[in-house]
Design a protein around this ligand. Structure first.
Ligand code: BV8
Ligand code: ZN
Length: 257
């Protein structure tokens, strides 16, 4: 029996499923991962430098321009078959927890309203000093293709600079969300790790942690990662091609209780 049907038959016996996603799940929506997003103005910068508080403080216009350019990309993008398949999985399993490292809003736009965002969101900027949320103007920011430097707006409350609502390198993950993610990981019967290079910590530890707690781990990624030797199944291909097949098969034969 080929790997994909084995995954489906395993899924039919599961109560608790975790879907853990990285930037690769948005790749087929043409959203550049932040390494691919280093084009034009930003091509000569190290992503970990731009995606850091120090990077922002040393050149707020450069960093705010980069994030506004990425936010525009996310707003112009559409959810792809991988996002849509994950949304279709929801009613097919008793308990599904979606944990994402992504900062775009494509999972929500595909229909997954409840998700744990480990690294925040491009769409929820806040004041760098007092953390007051900043109400983004309606519509899509107009950005020349290569992007440009943009001066961040100022906070209405304390006039501090507005920053993107993402978790930067060197910043802690949101405590409650991280605890909920670990709890779901420790209790699940099966965890999908989809579209992540498993390079960014502590998020990358979740699939390993699920395995340690006895879960079946299914990785979906065209490329190999450090998770390959640990995963029970490595489905090497694009998520937008593999996931719909799994969900279609499960929809035909739901859970065998
Ligand atoms: C923290 C928001 C410390 C910003 C992001 C050990 C423990 C703890 C920390 C560390 C540690 N070791 C090192 C660290 C520091 C650091 C870290 O991990 N560095 C790495 C580079 C070594 N971690 C941190 O700083 C974290 N903070 O731990 O704080 C602390 C602790 C206590 C108290 C105070 C402080 C914070 C990390 C969060 C960083 N922010 N995002 C932004 O987006 O601008 S992470 C960022 O990288 C994105 O969220 C993204 O998800 C992630 C990975 O980037 P990519 O490579 O672009 O994407 P991905 O990994 O998903 O790769 C794409 C994959 O998709 C590939 O494998 C590809 O093959 C695959 N793919 C392609 N096409 C498809 C596909 N898959 C399926 N289908 C396809 N079609
Ligand atoms: Zn403020």
């Amino acid at each position: 029996m080929e790997a994909l049907s084995l995954v489906v038959s395993r899924l039919q016996q599961c109560q608790r499923v975790v879907v853990f996603t990285g930037a690769g799940v948005s790749a087929e929506s043409a959203i550049p991962t932040f390494r691919d997003a280093l084009t034009g103005l930003w091509s000569r910068f190290d992503p970990a430098r731009l995606a850091s508080p120090e990077g922002f403080l040393s050149d707020p216009d450069l960093v705010w321009g980069w994030y506004e350019w990425r936010r525009r990309k996310a707003l112009l993008a559409e959810p792809n078959p991988a996002h849509l398949a994950i949304a279709r999985l929801l009613p097919l399993v008793p308990e599904l927890t979606l944990i994402t490292q992504n900062v775009d809003n494509l999972h929500e736009r595909a229909g997954n309203q409840h998700l744990l965002r480990l690294h925040g969101s491009l769409h929820q900027p806040r004041c760098f000093n007092c953390a007051t949320p900043y109400p983004l103007p309606e519509g899509i920011p107009d950005e020349p293709e290569g992007g440009r430097r943009l001066t961040p707006p100022r906070c209405a409350r304390c006039s501090g600079p507005i920053r993107p609502g993402v978790v930067w390198f060197g910043e802690s993950l949101p405590e409650t969300i991280w605890q909920q993610a670990e709890q779901a990981t420790n209790q699940c019967d099966l965890l999908f790790s989809i579209g992540t290079s498993s390079l960014v910590w502590p998020a990358a530890q979740l699939p390993f942690q699920a395995k340690q707690h006895g879960a079946t781990v299914v990785q979906i990624n065209p490329n190999g990662t450090s998770l390959d030797p640990v995963a029970d199944f490595n489905l090497h291909g694009p998520a937008g091609f593999i996931l719909p097949q799994i969900v279609n098969a499960l929809a035909e034969e739901p859970l065998q209780r």
